[in-house]
Design a protein around this ligand. Structure first.
Ligand code: P6P
Length: 338
């Protein structure tokens, strides 16, 4: 037992690495940990109780809101509101940002942006799904409700980011700007145990993740990169393999461990890409840069983009440094749109 380092212990141990460590961010991460355990419990029995399927609503994506989407959103919101570190949240499941107006929240320092259950359409077919979160210090004065400006900060101002992957095992992976650390949930103990300290993505990789069903309307540079992966081989032992789960957190997590690139470029149905800048791309970009990789929109660093809208979409290329640089080179060399 002595060599088990729990998430709670690790956060406290590392909080001295965090400038102006006040313990509040540690407590905030603790509330995310609690909500993750609650959501994990429901996901693991989704097939047994009537909690899958649609609630009949639609989220900002125009996607049917799955019951677990709504459940996860409610649980993370409640956990964040219950303590005094967060003054408001923005969520894929909420059209507008939600201001917490209890007295204890008005003086809080942080805002949280989240995709409470990304890839939820995969739940009914038992494929891994995930929660993605992004944390900023507010820029509006404490003691007042949060403003839109608090949520529309560029990604390089994040103070923490992470995801929970509800897969063959449940893991929480996070960064506060001092490396990326992964914790595996032990349900028999009810704790997240440190399993992957200081995660680093290989500089190069052989896995490319993209929905090739959208190929016809990919930008020419992306088409050329895919052809490079398929054809520019010295001999018949193809160096690349295509792996696409259709769940960002699952594809990202595999590529983080093994090396690879995930791409969601502009397509016919999504001219600005499908993924959301604030609560999908920015947190994943923070994590990948902390793990030694890159995240761009095909031309510029994701975390340098100044957001203009809460749910804005961007083209997204994230993963091993050499692979992201390579696809950016093809995009620059072949700027045609299709
Ligand atoms: P497509 C899930 O809806 C999601 O946001 C990501 O998790 C996933 O990578 C992507 O969309 C899948 O989109 O168009 O390939 O089904």
């Amino acid at each position: 037992m002595s060599d088990i380092r729990t998430l709670g212990e690790f956060i406290v141990e590392k909080q001295t690495d965090f400038p102006h460590a006040s313990g509040e961010l540690s407590s905030l991460l603790g509330s995310i940990k609690l909500a993750a355990k609650i959501v994990n419990r429901e996901i693991n029995k989704a097939g047994l109780v009537d909690i899958t399927g649609s609630v009949g609503g639609e989220n900002i994506q125009g996607e049917d809101q799955q019951k677990l989407d709504v459940y996860a959103n409610d649980k993370f919101k409640a956990a964040l509101e219950a303590r005094d570190q967060v003054c408001g949240v923005a969520s894929e499941e909420e059209d507008e940002a939600v201001a917490f107006n209890k007295e204890l929240n008005l003086n809080a320092k942080y805002v949280v942006l989240m995709d409470p259950l990304d890839g939820s359409s995969n739940i009914d077919v038992n494929v891994s799904v995930g929660t993605i979160f992004s944390i900023y210090r507010r820029v509006s004065p404490e003691g007042t409700p949060p403003t839109e400006e608090d949520f529309l900060q560029p990604g390089h101002r994040q103070v923490a980011a992470g995801y929970i992957i509800y897969g063959s095992s449940t893991m929480l992976v996070y960064t506060t700007g001092n490396g990326v650390h992964g914790f595996t949930y032990d349900p028999s103990l009810g704790v997240f145990c440190l399993s992957h300290e200081n995660m680093q993505i290989p500089e190069d990789g052989q896995i490319y993740s993209i929905n090739e069903g959208n190929y016809i309307r990919f930008p020419m540079g992306v088409k050329k990169y895919i052809k490079h992966c398929q054809e520019d081989v010295p001999d018949d032992n193809r160096p690349y393999t295509s792996r696409y789960i259709g769940s960002l957190v699952a594809d990202f997590h595999r590529n983080l461990l093994k090396g690879g690139i995930y791409m969601y470029p502009s397509t016919a149905t999504h001219p600005n890409g499908k993924l959301r800048l604030l609560y999908e791309c920015n947190p994943m970009a923070f994590l990948i840069e902390q793990a030694g990789g890159l995240a761009s929109d095909g031309k510029k660093r994701i975390m340098d983009i100044k957001p203009t809208e809460l749910h804005q979409r961007v083209p997204f290329f994230v993963g091993s440094t050499n692979m992201v640089h390579n696809v950016e080179t093809f995009i620059e060399e072949f700027p045609e749109q299709h």
